[in-house]
Write a protein that binds this ligand. Structure first.
Ligand SMILES: Nc1nc2c(ncn2[C@@H]2O[C@H](COP(=O)(O)O[C@H]3[C@@H](O)[C@H](n4cnc5c(=O)[nH]c(N)nc54)O[C@@H]3COP(=O)(O)O)[C@@H](O)[C@H]2O)c(=O)[nH]1
Length: 650
C-alpha cells in the first residue's frame, strides 16, 4: 500500500508499509504529537494510540480504512460504550413494549386500530376479521375502509362524529352498525381517542371496536316484551296507550279524527273450556293474523286483555265510517277458523268511541269504548255500539234513510215539482225550477232537505239527479207538445256533475226525449268548479255546445273569487235568497244587491233573485232593476199537473 495523505484538518494521517509487511497508520504527530494510529490492514485492526484524538480524526480513520477495531483511550471508550449500551437498552425496551402491545392487541377480542391523520391504518388488529370480515392487510391497503363499512342508517352519525368538533380531540364512545363482509349487520361500540407525539401534536386516532350485537338484540327483545304481547305479537296495552296519546298530540281537538274500537269476543271461555287453552291460544294467534290482514296498515290492533282487542282507526271522518269499519272487522272474524282439522267459529261485539267527542285521553277513550261494547251486547243485543247516544241515533237515521232512498228509487217515488219564476213587472211566468220531491208511500211528502244530503253522501244523488233530469225533460216535451214553451232549470249536484260520463248522460236524455235543448237550464253551484277548475270549464263548454243554458246558483254566499264569472260560460246568475230576506231592513244587503245586479248586467248575464216572500221586497227589488224572481210570494213549488193550467192561462 502506498503512503497516503488526508488533508482533513491538516494531514491527519500517514499510511505507510510497516514492519513485517503490515500497513501502519500514523496520525499527524506534528499537529497532534500525542496521536498515534496504527492500522494493521492485514488483520483489519486499527490502533488509535491517542489520548486526545478528536472525533473528526477518529471518523476519518474509520471512513478511510473501515477497521474492525479501534484502540482508543479508555475514558472515551467507556463513555461511548455507556452511550451505546444505553441506546441499545432503550431500543430493546421499545421493541419489547411494542411487541407486548402487539401481543396484547393481537389477541384482544375487540378490533383495535391506529389510524394516521391521512386515514391510513398503521395498525389493525387481527380481530378485524371477526368484527368486519376484513383482514388487517385489507385495512392497511385501503385507508378509510371503516367509513365504507358503516351501515347506511348510521352513516350520517359516523360522518358527524368524524368531522365533529370532538373528533381527534377527545375520547368518544358510540354505538353503531356496520355491514359485515358477508352482508349481515353487526352492532359495535366504537371507542376512540387522539394520539399525540412528544411535542403534543396530534398524529392519529386510536380506536377500539367491540361487537355488541348480542347485547343490542337482547335489549330489543326486552323492549319488545315490554310493548308486545308474546302470544299474538300484537302491541300490548302499554303500546296502545302510547299510540293513542301520539294521535291526540298529532290531531288538534277540533274534529272527529280517529276512532277507538273495543272488540270483545263472545264466549271465548267456552272455547278454552271445550278445546283446551292451547287451542284457544292458537285461535287467538290466527285471529290476530286475520285482523292484521284486514286492517292493512290502516289501523293498529292491540291485545288489551285475554279475549279483548282494541283497534285504533285514524282519519275517521264520520261516526258512520267508524261503524262501517267495525262491521268489516266483525264480518272478517266471523268467517270460520281451521285449527287441528277443526272448524271453529267466533263472534264478538265492538264498542266505538270517537276522539275528541267521547274522551280527551287514551284511558277515557278506551274505557268508554268498553262501556259502549258492553251496553250494545247487554241491552241492545247488537254487534256494534257507539258511545255517544246522539251519534247512534244519527247513524241509525242515516242508514235507514239511505236504505229507504234505495227502495224509493226502485219504486219511482222521486218526482219533480216546479216552482215558477216570474217577471215581477207583469207577474207572468217566464220559467220554472224543477225541485225533487219524495212521495213516500208510508210517510207522505218528504222534503229534499232530509234526503238530498244523504243521497249526496252515499253517492245515490247520481241516480236520483238523473231521474229528476229525465222527468223534467219529459215534462218540457209534454208542454212543448201542448204548445207551451217554458224554460226549466234543474239542480245538478257537485257529485253528479263530477261523474265522468255526465255530459253524455245529459246528451242522451235530451236526445232520448227529443226536447229543444234551449228549454233546459242546468243550475250548478260553485262547489262544482272549486276542485278542478279546468275540468269543470271543459264540461261546462261541452254542455253549452249541446245548446243548454247554465245558471250559477246560490250566488253570493260562497267563497270563490269573482273571476270565475269571466272564465266560465254562464247564462244566468241566480242570487241567493240570503240577500232577499233582510233587504227591507238592512241597507248593506241593498248595497250588495245593487253591486251584484250591476255586475250581472255588465257581464250580460240574465239575473234571477230567489226567496221573494213580500210585496215590500218585490217593490224594492224592482226599484233596484231586478225583474225576474222566484219565491213564495208568487208560487210555491207545484206538481206539473197544477202548474200546467197556470201556464195555459199566461
Ligand atoms: N241536486 C239537487 N238538489 C235539489 C233538487 N231538488 C231540490 N234540491 C235542493 O234541495 C234544497 C232544498 O230544496 P227545496 O226544499 O225544494 O227548496 C227550494 C225552494 O222550495 C225554496 N224556496 C223557493 N222560494 C222560497 C221562498 O220564497 N222562501 C223560502 N224560504 N224558500 C224558498 O228554495 C229552494 C230552491 O233553492 P235553489 O235550488 O237554491 O234554487 C235546495 O238546495 C235545492 O237546490 C234536485 O233535484 N237535485
Amino acid at each position: 500500500m502506498n503512503p497516503d495523505t488526508s488533508d482533513d484538518g491538516g494531514a491527519l494521517a500517514h499510511v505507510r508499509a510497516g514492519d513485517r509487511g503490515r500497513d501502519t497508520i500514523y496520525l499527524d504527530t506534528a499537529s497532534n504529537p500525542k496521536a498515534h494510529s496504527l492500522y494493521l490492514r492485514n488483520v483489519g485492526i486499527a490502533f488509535l494510540l491517542v489520548g486526545t484524538a478528536s472525533l473528526a480524526q477518529m471518523a476519518f480513520v474509520y471512513e478511510s480504512f473501515q477497521p474492525h477495531l479501534f484502540v482508543i483511550p479508555a475514558l472515551v471508550a467507556l463513555a461511548i460504550a455507556f452511550l451505546l449500551a444505553r441506546v441499545s437498552l432503550l431500543k430493546a425496551q421499545v421493541q419489547r413494549e411494542s411487541g407486548r402491545f402487539r401481543a396484547v392487541a393481537d389477541v384482544g377480542q375487540e378490533f383495535t386500530y391506529f389510524c394516521a391523520l391521512d386515514g391510513s391504518y398503521e395498525y389493525a388488529s387481527p380481530s378485524s376479521v371477526k368484527l368486519t370480515g376484513y383482514r388487517p392487510e385489507e385495512f392497511y391497503a385501503k385507508p378509510g375502509l371503516m367509513a365504507e363499512l358503516i351501515h347506511p342508517l348510521d352513516r350520517e352519525r359516523w360522518q358527524q362524529h368524524v368531522a365533529g368538533p370532538a373528533s381527534g380531540r377527545a375520547t368518544e364512545n358510540l354505538d353503531l352498525r356496520l355491514i359485515h363482509k358477508d352482508g349481515h349487520t353487526v352492532w359495535f361500540q366504537h371507542i376512540c381517542g387522539p394520539v399525540h407525539d412528544a411535542k403534543g401534536r396530534l398524529v392519529g386516532i386510536r380506536a377500539a371496536n367491540i361487537d355488541i350485537t348480542e347485547r343490542k338484540e337482547f335489549e330489543a327483545r326486552i323492549e319488545r316484551m315490554a310493548y308486545y304481547d308474546p302470544l299474538t305479537d300484537l302491541p300490548n296495552r302499554r303500546a296502545l296507550n302510547g299510540e293513542i296519546e301520539q294521535l291526540i298530540r298529532k290531531y288538534p281537538a277540533t274534529e272527529n279524527r280517529f276512532a277507538v274500537l273495543f272488540l270483545d269476543l263472545d264466549r271465548f271461555k267456552h272455547i278454552n273450556d271445550s278445546y283446551g287453552h292451547e287451542l284457544g291460544d292458537q285461535l287467538l294467534v290466527k285471529l290476530a293474523e286475520r285482523l292484521r290482514r284486514c286492517c292493512e296498515n290502516q289501523a293498529t290492533i292491540s291485545r288489551f286483555g285475554g279475549d279483548e282487542l282494541v283497534v285504533v282507526v285514524p282519519d275517521v271522518d264520520s261516526p258512520k265510517t267508524a261503524v262501517d269499519y267495525a262491521a268489516h272487522l266483525l264480518d272478517s272474524i266471523e268467517r270460520p277458523f281451521i285449527l287441528e282439522d277443526r272448524e271453529l267459529y267466533i263472534s264478538g261485539g265492538i264498542g266505538v268511541t270517537l276522539y275528541p267527542y267521547d274522551g280527551q285521553d287514551a284511558a277515557t277513550l278506551i274505557r268508554n269504548a268498553d262501556a259502549a261494547m258492553y251496553r250494545a251486547k247487554q241491552t241492545k243485543h247488537t254487534r256494534i255500539g257507539l258511545y255517544s247516544e246522539e251519534l247512534i241515533d244519527n247513524i241509525a237515521a242515516f242508514v235507514s234513510t239511505e236504505n229507504r232512498i234505495r227502495r224509493a228509487l226502485k219504486e219511482h217515488e222521486f218526482v219533480p215539482h216546479y216552482q215558477p219564476q216570474v217577471d215581477m213587472n207583469s207577474g207572468r211566468i217566464v220559467g220554472a225550477e224543477a225541485l225533487a220531491r219524495w212521495h213516500s208511500h208510508d210517510r207522505g211528502l218528504i222534503s229534499p232537505a232530509e234526503f238530498i244530503p244523504v243521497a249526496e253522501e252515499t253517492g245515490l244523488i247520481d241516480q236520483l239527479g238523473r231521474s229528476i233530469l229525465t222527468q223534467a225533460c219529459a215534462q218540457i216535451l209534454e208542454w212543448q207538445r201542448s204548445g207551451i214553451r217554458l224554460p226549466v232549470s234543474v239542480n245538478i249536484s257537485g257529485r253528479q256533475f263530477a261523474i265522468p260520463g255526465f255530459v253524455d248522460q245529459v246528451q242522451d236524455i235530451i236526445a232520448g226525449t227529443g226536447i229543444d235543448p234551449a228549454q233546459l237550464e242546468l243550475e250548478i253551484t260553485e262547489q262544482v268548479f272549486l276542485e278542478d277548475m279546468d275540468e269543470a270549464t271543459d264540461k261546462l263548454w261541452q254542455l253549452r255546445d249541446l245548446g243548454v243554458s247554465i245558471a250559477i246558483d246560490d250566488f253570493g254566499i260562497g267563497y270563490s273569487s269573482l273571476s270565475y264569472l269571466k272564465r266560465l260560460p254562464f247564462n244566468t246568475l241566480k242570487i241567493d235568497r240570503a240577500f232577499t230576506r233582510d233587504i227591507c231592513d238592512d241597507a248593506r244587503d241593498v248595497a250588495i244587491l245593487r253591486a251584484i245586479l250591476s255586475l250581472s248586467r255588465d257581464l250580460r248575464l240574465n239575473t234571477i233573485i230567489e226567496g221573494v216572500e213580500t210585496e215590500a221586497q218585490k217593490k224594492l227589488l224592482l226599484r233596484l232593476g231586478c225583474e225576474r224572481a222566484q219565491g213564495f210570494l208568487f208560487h210555491q213549488p207545484l206538481p206539473a199537473a197544477e202548474l200546467t193550467p197556470l201556464l195555459v192561462k199566461r
